[in-house]
Design a protein around this ligand. Structure first.
Ligand code: XIL
Length: 360
């Protein structure tokens, strides 16, 4: 469907008769679907329901009220990453993550740590270390951060996004170049285990459902790392879903992840209504149907896991307007990738999800 679109939307819109026909369809409709009633997700699910959070959102009473009603686990969206914590050359910055940790403690929500080692981060600081000091600094960072939040987080994304973009093999990064392709991951898991022996330690990746090659590489990587003794305690699938993937692909991936017997975390769910890069003549109704199909498939596949393997089901934000897909250049003001509308109201998708979680 993606590759065979013969004309771009721009080209089509240049033809007045086509533009007239398109204007009549709901492709350009902006009205939100009427909100529907849905029980709080956390009240119907037998596992934690999560959301991403930024410290600033804790000052937004509407965000806080929605979070308290709907979720019982939070993942810092940005402020527990190396990019934030290592922003100053001479000290680690913990103000925002501490604030999030306190908010979790005060409200009784679980805190999922995200993320210790991520390919794109820390390069500038770590490039200053030679072969002797690099591994020491690596260990020290993990000890400081995971040690600080010991007893406060329930889990960590220890290594985030280790698989190559196209799914063929592992990603080349400053970590892999210094410590080995599998070596940096094994070391990160071992060091995190030392710093926080109780936390569930996750390997987290994206596009696993969207790209079966990447899914297969991830599974092989997990197998290899476990064999090498890495203390991996859980598997995270970010689930930034492409709503146009064939039915069944998500189910297969979740079932395969479950095959390791470890807890599975749907760790960053969102499902954009947009299609990048090529023309798009889908109506809004069609897109919402595709979105509902894939998100519900994900929820059903998650529910099909044995109960002890359902770690948590986390969306990458609460309201559509909170989404990273609705910020800056990426914001067309119309995408609806999350589970609550801009006003924080549940949608038909939310109600359907609640039904799956409740086992109806
Ligand atoms: C994104 C955040 O949403 C943005 O605010 C930030 O600028 C960049 O990172 N995979 C991940 C998340 O593991 O940490 C990313 O979050 C989204 C993709």
């Amino acid at each position: 469907m993606r590759s065979d679109a013969p004309l771009s939307r721009r080209t089509l819109l240049a033809a007045p008769f086509v533009a007239g026909a398109l204007a009549a369809c709901d492709r350009f409709a902006t009205a939100e679907p009427a909100p529907v009633a849905a029980p709080p997700l956390k009240s119907v699910a037998a596992f934690p329901i999560g959301s991403a959070v930024m410290a600033g959102q804790l000052d937004d009473p509407a965000w806080v009220a929605l979070a308290r009603r709907e979720v019982n686990q939070l993942t810092p969206e940005w402020e527990m990453k190396m990019e934030y914590i290592l922003q100053s050359p001479d000290r680690l910055t913990f103000d925002a993550p501490d604030r999030i940790a306190e908010a979790c403690h005060a409200s009784g929500a679980r805190l999922h740590g995200h993320a210790l080692i991520w390919y794109s981060q820390g390069e500038q600081v770590f490039s200053g270390f030679d072969r002797t000091h690099f591994p020491r600094a690596f260990d020290r960072y993990i000890a400081e951060v995971a040690g600080r939040y010991r007893g406060k987080v329930v889990s960590w994304d220890v290594v985030n996004e280790p698989i190559a973009e196209d799914g063929n093999g592992l990603r080349d990064s400053h970590w892999s170049r210094a410590l080995g392709a599998d070596g940096y991951m094994i070391r990160a898991f071992e060091q995190t285990k030392l710093a926080d022996p109780e936390a569930v330690l996750f390997l987290n990746e994206y596009n696993l459902e969207n790209n079966p090659t990447k899914g297969a590489t991830f599974l092989r990587t997990v197998e290899r790392l476990l064999k090498a003794g890495a203390p991996i305690g859980g598997l995270g699938t970010q689930s930034h879903l492409d709503i146009e993937i064939p039915a069944g692909q998500i189910t297969t991936l979740i079932r395969e992840l479950g095959g390791f017997g470890l807890p599975v975390h749907v760790s960053e769910l969102d499902a954009s209504l947009r299609r990048e890069g090529v023309g798009d003549l889908r109506s809004r109704t069609q897109r919402l149907e595709q979105q509902r199909g894939r998100v519900i498939e994900l929820a059903e596949a998650f529910m099909a896991l044995p109960e002890h393997q359902r770690f948590a089901f986390t969306a990458w934000g609460l309201r559509d307007s909170d989404s990273w897909l609705r910020r800056g250049d990426r914001d067309d003001g119309q995408d609806q990738p999350l589970l609550f509308d801009d006003a924080g109201q549940p949608k038909p998708l939310t109600a359907a999800l609640a039904g799956v979680f409740a086992g109806r």
